[in-house]
Every structure is written in C-alpha cells, then in structure tokens.
Write a protein that binds this ligand. Structure first.
Ligand code: ATP
Ligand code: TYD
Length: 239
C-alpha cells in the first residue's frame, strides 16, 4: 500500500492517505517534542525504533483480544493502520505516582497506586491538554458515556497485558496514555504505544527508560528505548 497524500503532520508522526479510504499510513519521524512542543529535537533512529516498537506492542494487544488500528509494518518508519474517527481525548492510567499527578495533588513520587487511576485529557495543544472529566466529555460532545466506559475498560485491559509484559522483562509500567477512535462504529485503539507516551522504570534501580530522559535532559534517549525493546526480545531494522 502506497502513501498518496499527506493529510496531517503532528509533532512526531505524519499521516498519509492510501488508495483505500479505510486505511492510512503513519510515518514515525525522528522529531521528539515535550512541554507542549516547546522543546523539540531530532533524535537519530527514534522514528524506526518507535514504529517497530509500536508494531510489536499492538500485535501483542491484538492477540490479547484488544481491537487495534494496526495492520502491518510497511518500512522501518511506516505502518499501515485503519483510518479511525479519533475521539479527542487521551486516556491515562497510572500505576505509580509521578509527573503531573504529583505536581497537581502534592503527593509523593513513587507511590504504588492501588487501584490504578484513570484520567481523561482533552487533546488540545493550545490549551496544554487540560484534564477533563466524563461530564465535560458528554456535555461538549467529545464522547458518550458508553464510549467513555468502553475506552476506560480497554485502557485497564491494556494495563493488565502490558504490566505483566514489562514486569517479566524487569521493568515497571508507571503510567501511559492511549488514544481511541471509531472504525465502522467500533471502538478501536489508535495512535501509538511507545516509550514516548508512557513511563517505564527499571524494576531494580528505578532508572527512567522513557521520554522523561528527553524531558529531563538525561541523555541516551533512543538508546534507552532500544534497551526496553531488546529486553522484550525486539530487534530493530534501520535500513
Ligand atoms: P499528540 O502528540 O498530542 O498526540 P500530535 O497531533 O502532534 O498530537 P502525532 O503523533 O504527531 O501527534 O500525530 C499523529 C496524529 O494522528 C494524532 O493526531 C493522532 O490522534 C492521529 N491518529 C493516530 N492514529 C490514527 C488513526 N488510526 N486514524 C486517524 N488518526 C490517527
Ligand atoms: P503526565 O504525568 O500527565 O504528564 P507530564 O508529567 O509529562 O506532564 O502523563 C502521564 C503519562 O501519560 C506519561 O507517561 C505521559 C503520557 N502522556 C502523553 O504521552 N501525552 C499527553 O498528552 C498526556 C496528557 C500524557
């Protein structure tokens, strides 16, 4: 399947139409952004690593019965996906306290959250992706209550699958963000699951292995993403 026309260029990926109106191509670029696009850098190999990392995770989720948009890898940096009608909300689950949760609530970093929390954020860069609740989502027509329940249930099912996957490879899945969309009326996981949109810590040392390395200028960003992939048995093609 060939890319026909660029539909949209986001902060990290570009979206292309294909000859099939139900499918599109996601091109994972090397661009890396943080703080609502205020910090932007090009990191060698990141597009290829994230594209292939995402492909493996989406396949594992699909095997666990979670519907995803992923169809197949087309090249090191391109994936073919189902074209979704995206819900403009980000679903965040947290297993351990850190990041904006600690700033917002003044709670200590590194607490085990039992049960894990579930939060919704509005996808709106100009407003800095504000946190919203299910009533906002319904009142403003971003999602119905049934859709919110479905996204929440799927987001927690992803937690069960991925917490174990990472734990078995010596890592803690601290928190993550998912995006969903509708495909022929059905709720499907879209966008990506990569170290750009989650937090992963080494289980022994609690060393950060995710995008916090970029946010906090810790260095070895892509090397850490590769290390996570290698621990999960992935190999990467950079050709
Ligand atoms: P953010 O980083 O806040 O997600 P962005 O637009 O900068 O925003 P990118 O990842 O660069 O993010 O762009 C990819 C875009 O493609 C996002 O807007 C995402 O919601 C959208 N998208 C992802 N998967 C699909 C899909 N299967 N169908 C339609 N749109 C999709
Ligand atoms: P959060 O702690 O709210 O953000 P930060 O501390 O980076 O301001 O983020 C929780 C998790 O969800 C974290 O793994 C990053 C991810 N996330 C995104 O990737 N994009 C987003 O727009 C949001 C709100 C969260």
């Amino acid at each position: 399947m060939q890319k026909v026309k660029e539909l949209y260029s986001g902060k990290a990926k570009s979206v292309f139409t294909t000859e099939d109106p139900d499918q599109m191509v996601l091109f994972f670029r090397n661009d890396t952004s943080a703080f609502d696009g205020k910090k932007i850098e090009q990191l060698d190999r990141k597009g290829a690593v994230n594209n292939q990392f995402n492909a493996t995770i989406m396949q594992k989720l699909e095997e666990a019965g979670i519907p995803t948009h992923f169809e197949k890898l087309l090249s090191p940096q391109d994936s073919l996906v189902k074209k979704l009608d995206m819900i403009p909300l980000e679903c965040v689950v947290r297993n351990i306290s850190t990041g904006s949760l600690c700033r917002r609530l003044g709670v200590e970093e590194g607490l085990d959250l039992n049960p894990p929390t579930f939060e919704l954020f509005l996808k709106n860069d100009e407003l800095g992706d504000p946190m919203v609740n299910e009533y906002h989502a319904q009142s403003f027509g971003w999602a119905t209550m049934d859709q919110i329940r479905e996204m929440r249930d799927l987001t927690f099912r992803v937690n069960e699958v991925l917490k174990k996957l990472f734990a078995d490879a010596g890592m803690l899945l601290v928190d993550y963000k998912l995006e969903f969309g509708l495909y022929k009326g059905k709720m499907v996981l879209g966008d990506e699951f990569t170290p750009d949109g989650c937090r992963l810590w080494d289980a022994e040392t609690r060393e950060k292995l995710d995008k916090d390395r970029f946010r906090q200028g810790l260095g070895n960003v892509v090397e850490s993403y590769e290390l996570v992939g290698h621990r999960l048995g992935m190999t990467f093609d950079y050709t």
